[in-house]
Design a protein around this ligand. Structure first.
Ligand code: ADP
Length: 834
């Protein structure tokens, strides 16, 4: 900018700070001044041409800002009118030109600064015109949506101003932050300023639109509830006019429902009391709807609806067999349980009638007296009634067996999942004082069943947690305990419900996490998981037929060959149960169903060669087929929540400094097993023919592949030691020998758990020999005979015995030179890659 032009535009003027606002050129506004410096500046200006410069402060609450606390761009304004009120001055100011502050001349008694005018260029072009038109339209829309703009300003804006004036006026009515206003003031280029204004304005209209939507929704809701209350009130008046005063139709209907529900006497009284409260209540009272919901719950519970309770053991046995293959022991156990239940019922009824005769029931609750006598006589006999608990991996038929029991007894079946429940209220309900309160899951389940004696399955009882919201297992215990559950109290219901006719069955994957008090009550029935042959029979006899029916396919026309089923079991699933197997069969049939509908096939026999087309590539390689007898790799047996499995333990040696490296997501106990194995080998180094200091020049890496599967527990001790010795002696381990057992530092082998699952897993994987602790011998009892026939068992109580069997060259007593290279470490190190 040329210096001459500069000079004409430079002025020295009083500066007045504004806390949080911007005065735009061409606009008028009323401001209130109170700070002494501002008042003196106004005073001084009145003796000249009444112009001052208004500049915004960077922080609004600062009372005495310094020059550096002010923005450097402000507006020259003329003070048009003044109105003084006690200590403050209201001034009508009119913005004139934008200025930039060049330097402050003095700061006392008020700010005086040298400023230079920086007006807009009056440019017009198509783009600017379009922006002005767009903003005008948007502003009109905003005003229609409820934006408040004072009438005069609005008229001004609409009256065809120059783009620069237009932008200043619109800026002054925008609902934006002071800092955003300052930014607009500082934007020199008119086009840029208009674009920015347009953005701010669209944002504002969007918010106005949302606000309007919310307002109309709220109004709608409000209207609905008012309308309902008014109608109810009107109904009452009409009924009064018709002489039906006292009992509205609703109350009469509810009373009818209460009578039909055949509740115990005290419950009925409670219900009637609530009904009376409701009848006296104005319809406008929000509590009325809570009472209505409560009464609905009370009247819809099956207080005295029951399925017939005939236990026919022969019939039950037939139905259990028809629904499930195998599970002989489980079925036998269930039939025994049913028989005991039947006998107990008969004894109970006999005792009951005897005692009832002795003390005839008064007009009070006859039923209650009877209940008391049953449970007391049960107590006297010392009978501890139990609840069945099915333990086993997923997909072994726990739920479907529960269903089958219900079918065989002609009772209803309900199932609730307890997985992840941490709140007692989930079991026992919330008190009615809570908004949105409901009965707990037990009462909900009973309502769903619609009878008071359903088979009630509580799934995943091992996954119930405890925290600050109370202990759900305590509430569960009360529900399950036959001595207490004839009067189960739900917080929401407030009246006791009789659960003594419900047959509870619980299920879980593991037993360890069930609280002991609860476990005590459970009659544990193990589902060990299936062998390949059993799975095949289940698939052929049950799953295929079931899925054909589900998919609407004709069993005479669509078939799956035996070989295919075996192939699916071996190569597409790896599980203890049959859930995935069923899923894979369903996948095949779904695809065939589509082909049938499309007219591509009419009959089909699925062969092994077709499986790739329907199921994609095989998901699992056969466990052992591709493996070889290897140095430093042993086969262990693991037990997980999903059943048994085999796992491979690998040990690698590297030149190093005696570090032990453990990988493959090993749990703490398993890591300790590795260390114990290492200590054992070090202690036995001499006997094994190793240099006593062998470990000093070596790093030993123990790895258990399939890192995503967490592994823990002490039972891999034998397998780890075997792999370690094999690596150190450079002698391979037999691939088809699987081993399990905990070890001590002295090489003793201790007993372990989960034998059944592990043996079945070993059988499934094609293992030939299983090495197992001597003390576990008795655990083989429950394992199917044909599994035992296929396997060779070696029971050991020391590691030496295990090594003899597992490591390829027979490991004879310690001094045999042939297998124990009498080396120091040199030959071993020489074979390692450097
Ligand atoms: P869980 O409750 O143990 O997880 P499910 O009861 O859901 O397992 O069983 C999964 C599927 O396998 C069901 O369709 C069930 O009918 C079927 N199934 C499991 N075991 C057998 C069996 N022994 N005979 C027939 N079908 C079975």
């Amino acid at each position: 900018m040329p210096a001459s032009e500069d000079n004409s535009k430079i002025k020295t003027l009083p500066i007045i700070p504004i806390r949080d606002g911007v005065v735009f050129p061409n606009t008028e506004i009323v401001l209130t001044f109170g700070r002494p410096r501002s008042l003196q500046a106004i005073e001084a200006s009145s003796s000249t041409d009444r112009t001052v410069v208004l500049v915004m402060q960077k922080t609004p609450h600062m009372h005495e800002p310094n020059p550096q606390d002010l923005y450097t761009v402000g507006t020259i304004a003329r003070i048009e009118r003044l109105l003084k009120t006690d200590g403050e001055v209201n001034a009508l100011v009119k913005g004139q030109t934008r200025v930039e502050i060049l330097s402050y001349e003095s700061t006392d008694p008020y700010f005086i600064a040298k400023v230079i005018e920086a007006p807009d260029d009056d440019v017009r072009n198509d783009e600017i015109t379009a922006l002005v038109n767009h903003i005008t339209a948007e502003l009109k829309r905003a005003v229609n949506l409820g934006k408040s703009v004072d009438f005069l300003s609005f008229m001004n804006i609409m009256s065809g101003l120059s783009p620069s004036e237009f932008s200043n006026h619109v800026s002054s009515v925008l609902d934006i932050k002071p800092t955003e206003k300052q930014l607009l003031l500082e934007t020199r280029n008119v086009k840029d300023r208009l674009s920015r204004i347009s953005e701010y304005l669209s944002h504002e209209t969007k918010i106005l639109e949302i606000e309007r939507k919310i307002a109309s929704k709220t109004q709608e809701k409000f209207d609905k509830s008012v309308k309902e209350a008014v109608l109810r009130e009107r109904l009452k008046t009409i009924e009064k006019e018709l002489g039906e005063e006292g009992e509205s139709k609703e109350v009469r209907e509810l009373l009818d429902k209460i009578k039909k529900a055949k509740m115990p006497m005290d419950v009925e009284e409670k219900a009637k009391k609530e009904l009376k409260k409701l009848a006296q209540m104005s319809s406008y009272n929000p509590e009325a709807s809570y009472i209505r919901t409560y009464l609905d719950w009370l009247t819809e519970l099956p207080w005295s609806v029951a399925s017939s309770n005939q236990v026919d053991i022969g019939q039950a046995a037939k139905i259990l067999d028809a629904d499930h293959y195998g599970l002989k022991k489980v079925k036998k156990r269930i039939l025994e349980y049913l028989a005991v239940m039947k006998l107990k019922k008969e004894v109970g009824t006999a005792e009951n009638s005897k005692e009832a005769k002795n003390q005839p029931a008064e007009n009070t609750s006859e039923k209650q007296t009877a209940e008391k006598s049953v449970s007391e006589s049960a107590k006297r006999k010392g009978a501890t009634p139990t609840i069945l608990c099915f333990v086993g991996p997923p997909g072994v038929g726990k739920t479907s067996l529960g269903r089958s029991i219900a079918r065989s007894l002609g009772r209803k079946f309900v199932k609730i999942s307890l997985g992840g429940i941490r709140d007692e209220a989930e079991i026992r309900g919330h008190r009615r004082t809570y908004v949105g309160s409901m009965p707990g899951r037990i009462i909900q389940g009973v309502k769903t069943a619609g009878t008071k004696n359903p088979i009630f399955m509580l799934d995943e009882i091992d996954k119930v947690g405890t925290d600050f919201r109370g202990d759900p297992s305590a509430a569960l215990l009360e529900a399950l305990d036959p001595e207490q559950n004839h009067a189960f109290s739900d917080h929401y219901l407030e009246v006791p419900f009789d659960l003594s006719d419900v047959m509870f069955i619980t299920t879980c994957n593991v037993l360890d996490t069930i609280p002991p008090a609860l476990k005590d009550r459970l009659e544990i029935i193990h589902f060990p998981g299936y062998t390949e042959d059993e799975k095949f029979r289940i698939a052929k006899g049950f799953l295929v037929g079931k899925q054909l029916e589900v998919h609407g396919l004709n069993p005479d026309k669509i078939k799956i060959s035996d070989n295919s089923l075996h192939f699916i079991i071996r190569r597409y699933t790896r599980e203890a149960g049959v859930r995935n197997l069923e899923r894979e069969i369903a996948t095949i049939l779904r695809k065939i169903a589509r082909e049938v509908v499309e007219g591509k096939v009419k009959t089909k026999a699925v062969k092994v060669a077709d499986l790739h087309k329907y199921l994609g590539p095989a998901k699992f390689t056969s466990y052992l087929a591709e493996k070889q007898d290897e140095v430093g790799m042993s086969t262990g047996l693991a037990w997980t929540e999903a059943g048994g499995d085999i796992l491979f333990i690998e040990v690698a040696l590297m030149k190093g400094k005696g570090n032990l490296l453990l990988t493959g997501h090993l749990g703490e106990v398993m890591q300790e097993s590795c260390k114990a194995a290492m200590s054992y080998v070090r202690a036995k180094a001499k006997d094994l023919g190793l240099n006593e200091k062998f470990y000093q020049n070596l790093d030993i890496h123990v790895h258990v592949p399939e890192g995503a599967v967490p592994k823990d527990g002490p039972s891999a001790g034998v397998a780890i030691s075997t792999a370690l010795v094999s690596a150190l002696l450079d002698l391979p381990v037999k691939k088809d020998v699987a081993m399990t057992g905990e070890i001590t530092l002295r090489g003793r082998v201790l007993e372990i758990g989960g034998v059944k699952e592990k043996v079945i897993a070993a059988h499934r994987a094609g293992i030939k020999t299983v090495i197992m602790p001597k003390n576990n011998k008795q655990d083989l009892e429950d394992i199917p005979k044909y599994v035992l026939d296929d396997l060779k068992f070696v029971f050991v109580d020391s590691l030496d015995q295990a090594l003899k069997v597992a490591i390829i060259k027979p490991l004879k007593p310690v001094v045999d030179e042939e297998i124990h290279p009498k080396s120091d470490l040199q030959p071993l190190l020489a074979r390692l890659p450097s």
